[in-house]
Ligand binder design. Structure first.
Ligand code: SF4
Ligand code: SF4
Length: 110
């Protein structure tokens, strides 16, 4: 989810479609934490250089920080502290349309 404005707040598909991996320096207390950093309890360790948002590799995937109902009304509960992959996700990219398709949602209008 890239921002707090529509249409993302009525979607959330990308938060329930892809693994969300990032470097541990973005965790709470880390050297590159945003707004206090990602709470450790919302993540799982992958390697010494990688952590993953809990639930994002589940089947079906859903990030543990996502609140609400995909395709209706959602919010990222750690929005200010969300990790870099979430900050960089681009609603104009094909991945947005792929995530939405997984949830039966049409591509965003161009
Ligand atoms: S899939 Fe696209 S429209 Fe939906 S929340 Fe993510 S960036 Fe926004
Ligand atoms: S941290 Fe927030 S923006 Fe990132 S995948 Fe999870 S719910 Fe979505």
């Amino acid at each position: 989810m890239s921002d707090g404005a529509n249409p993302c707040t009525a979607c959330g598909a990308c938060c329930a479609a892809f693994r969300v991996d990032f470097h541990p320096v973005e965790l709470a207390g880390g050297a590159f934490a945003w707004a206090g950093g990602v709470p450790l309890a919302l993540t799982v360790p992958v390697t010494a250089q990688l952590v993953r948002m809990r639930g994002s590799d589940a089947s079906p995937p859903r990030c543990a920080a996502l609140a609400g109902t995909v395709g209706e009304c959602v919010a990222c509960t750690i929005y200010d502290a969300r990790p870099s992959p979430c900050r960089e996700f681009d609603p104009s990219h094909d991945a947005c349309a792929r995530a939405r398709a997984r949830h039966g949602l049409p591509p965003l209008p161009v």
